[in-house]
Design a protein around this ligand. Sequence first.
Ligand SMILES: *Cc1c(COP(=O)(O)O)cnc(C)c1O
Length: 382
Amino acid sequence: MIPYARQSISSGDISAVLDVLQGDWLTQGPSVPAFEMAVAKKCSVNFSIAVNSATSALHLACLSLEVGPGDVVWTTPNTFVASANCALYCGADIDFVDIDPLTFCMSNDELRRKLVFTKRSGLKLPKVVIPVHFGGQSCNMSEIYALSLEFDFKVIEDASHAIGGHYQNEAVGSCKYSDITIFSFHPAKIITSCEGGMALTNNEKYAKKMSLLRSHGITRETSEMTHESEGEWFYQQILLGFNYRMTDIHAALGTSQLKRIDDFVMRRNELAIRYDFALKDEHIQLQHVPKDVLSARHLYVVRIPEFKHHQVFSFLRSSGIGVNLHYIPVHLHPWYQAKGFSVGQFPVSEKYYKEAISLPLYFDLKDVEQDFIISKLKEALL
Ligand SMILES: *Cc1c(COP(=O)(O)O)cnc(C)c1O
């Protein structure tokens, strides 16, 4: 089976991991800050906090922005559940903004419409909006930033798909138009640390809070303690935190992978262009990538007319092609339905779900394998 996504592990990655295993620290050693600094440099951002998953990073990001009971957070239905769950971990409510039918990202027109309507109706405006850079392409962040000033909300970019991508000639992760940006290093994503994630910000206060919460809310800095240190062993828990730490083994793999990120993104774009070209005469819809965006190309999605969708999907799977579907709209999951969301509430995402297929796309995918996928897809569409 050709998978829809796959990590690319080099001999350099393997020796970086072995070095840590043979060294002094398996966790809380120098590899984690080294990885954090390398990512921060790559993205031109001031602070970066490595954690054990993007899910943890989203949780810490919400907490550092003081999301809590009584608050509302908005995200898109066309995402992995973690983009919405983070608000609920904090006791806040979640709501969704439907997608743009061409980019498959949150629609900024719909966001504006919903903000205006919510304000006019005297309902609660969102404290935080979490746009998701679907498939690796940045949302139109300058517009979202302008809305955040007008309607007074904070912005967390869920860039789980988008490390290595650019928006208006700046690296995704620079936080130019957001408070915090999140990356995922799951093996299906652009670079991997096995499991892992990172939160990036230019705000020192948020960075401080996220790094405290990552490790139990414990401080060893005298300036943060309620009274003078009682000795060299001393620490104090000043917040209720978690163990969301990344290990040195994971960080070493991440740092090694980061060295190849430009090659990863270039090859993914090359493969995407080959798909675009081969499929241009088919009656299927491809993701529109705006001119000011360099997508990291995590996913290559095609939209097939609904009446053929199941049949095409099954035909490709039975041909040994591990196609997938991103995403089941979050509000359609039973847990969300039980919270009161209903079918028909976000029709653009729901229609998209009935048509979308993610074709295999990853660094080591060979041209001949891609040609096989293309020919099978064309056969299925006949
Ligand atoms: C993968 C993913 C996450 C969660 O990442 P983990 O590192 O697996 O926790 C969150 N949001 C989106 C959009 C994702 O694709």
